[in-house]
Design a protein around this ligand. Sequence first.
Ligand code: FAD
Length: 614
Amino acid sequence: EGVWRLFKLGISAHEDPGKDFWGVSEPLLQEIAKVLEFPVASMLPPEAFKVVRKSFDARKLQKEPKFVYTVDMDVDRLLILEPRTWEFISELEPKVGVIERVPHGRSAGDLISIIRNYPKRNETAASTDVFGRTESYKFPNTRKPKVAVVGSGPSGLFASLVLAEFGADVTLIERGQAVEQRGRDIGALVVRRMLHLESNFCFGEGGAGTWSDGKLVTRIGKNNGSVMAVLETLVHFGAPSSILVDGKPHLGTDRLIPLLRNFRKHLQELGVTIRFGTRVDDLIVDVERVVGVKVSDSSCSSESSSQKLGYDAVILAVGHSARDTYQMLLSHNVDVVQKDFAVGLRIEHPQELINSIQYSGLAHEVQSGRGKIPVADYKVAEYVNRKDMVTPLNSGPIDRSCYSFCMCPGGQVVLTSTNPSELCINGMSFSRRSSRWANAAIVVTVSSKDFEALNFHGPLAGLEFQRAFERRAATMGGGNFIVPVQTVTDFLDGKISETNLPTSSYRLGVKAANLHDLFPAHLTAALQHSILLFDNELPGFVSKSALLHGVETRTSSPVQITRRSDTWESTSLKGLYPIGEGAGYAGGITSAAVDGMYAGFALAQNLGLYNGSM
Ligand code: FAD
């Protein structure tokens, strides 16, 4: 009885119906029969099986690229639809990693899907047992607890959702604009070089992840209940249900924007007050507890727009670019500590080259994202050691990890600066990933030793380190958001790319420069060495048509705002809940959303809105 999961069912790319088909095909049924050792595939009813994961695997080691499936078999359904399988099924044994029982029960992460589908509070009265409670919602006070959520990125949105569903009086405060206005502000940046300081690729509704590639992969792992809860919530707000099955789910900017509008509408229907264009400038602290925030209209520089708002708790979901907010926290002696992160360059290749490196003979099947197999991506990582270096340098520590990051197939390089004197970049794409270029950050890890080497000390040393390279990149580009570039071959040779620069997807213009002038020599050497190693793995990666863009600095937060693991409160200030990427507890859209969701549960519990276990 129950559900059994079948793993690693491989179908050759030629036989498979393709990347946009998520059902149970004839070849898949045959593969299922093989794994089950069931003699007659045609007897297996497709309706008894559900694809829970489908990935494309083009690893060089195998003879033929394959789609690899994970499939759930509903035994009860199978027996109803085809009773003759009974004798065979009754003898089936689990085999680790091949056939496993899907455990019963509910994880904490599933709760969010449950509350979403849960009848409205006024319809339920004293009936629910969803969280193991038998009474209606109990508030410690006669009024609803008031919570400010600062930042409407994935972490802030999910925290707001959970808290609002539990009945808190939530105000979501966002310095940037709603997606409609934000789209116009980003348009003005890309077309007229006008950087709106508070509404740009980092700030605004949906946070940094809105004008992004919308990759939803996370190291937490997709089998984790909380990740599935986040993905299901996104589907509820308009994401295609294929993200629940796709091994490398992604949305693309065009899908994220309507999704965010639906998310906003839902929050408003739950009673959440959303204040766009409103920046939190300060915390109001009374006897070592946050009791409110000072806000101002972010589009207005005058003091007169400043306002004080009182709250029972403040969730800080500000992302990694809120440098002024980090500074403000230090003025209240909030515990903020340095955190390792990574810096580097963004490499861009023609997408066709990456397709042919990854798929060789099958590359033509990609057809700008319209074809049978997905637009090719890559992920490379190496540990670089001083003793391996071709030209060892003595200028600084070399042993460190180098890896590709935030790879955007069929995407474009975009400007993620939040200040005109600083220049930093990232990548985004649309859902079809149909541009001519493939870009990815190539980064090296940096830590306090690197910050100290440049004389940056204290909790914000990493931030100063980022800023130093962003300023240098802006100067090397010559201003106006022009990005300094160098072909990868010239970067390896250390010479400026004088002529025949390959075209770039970056819309604000590029300028040939020696990117060796950007980072200290030991970081440049580590980047050079790792690029050579990546070429061993992906022959053709080092190419005259590959262009390196400077600079990629905001791979993750340079600090951690420490919090308690039991209550999720700041270790130094009661009532303050630092969450998401900016607090150093997440990296990427999905993990930030998961962090926000758990923070919502933790705070709901602390406020007495929820007494279930986490
Ligand atoms: P954020 O999304 O950064 O949100 C923080 C919000 O807080 C912002 O909207 C900001 O305006 C607001 N805020 C800051 N300070 C204040 C203040 N004082 N008052 C009021 N509001 C404030 N990740 C992926 O997983 N997949 C991808 O494909 C991907 N692509 C990316 C592409 C780009 C161009 C960028 C920039 C990032 C990308 N990322 C991607 C990273 C991802 O966007 C972040 O990891 C994620 O958004 C972090 O979520 P968050 O909620 O912690 O913070």
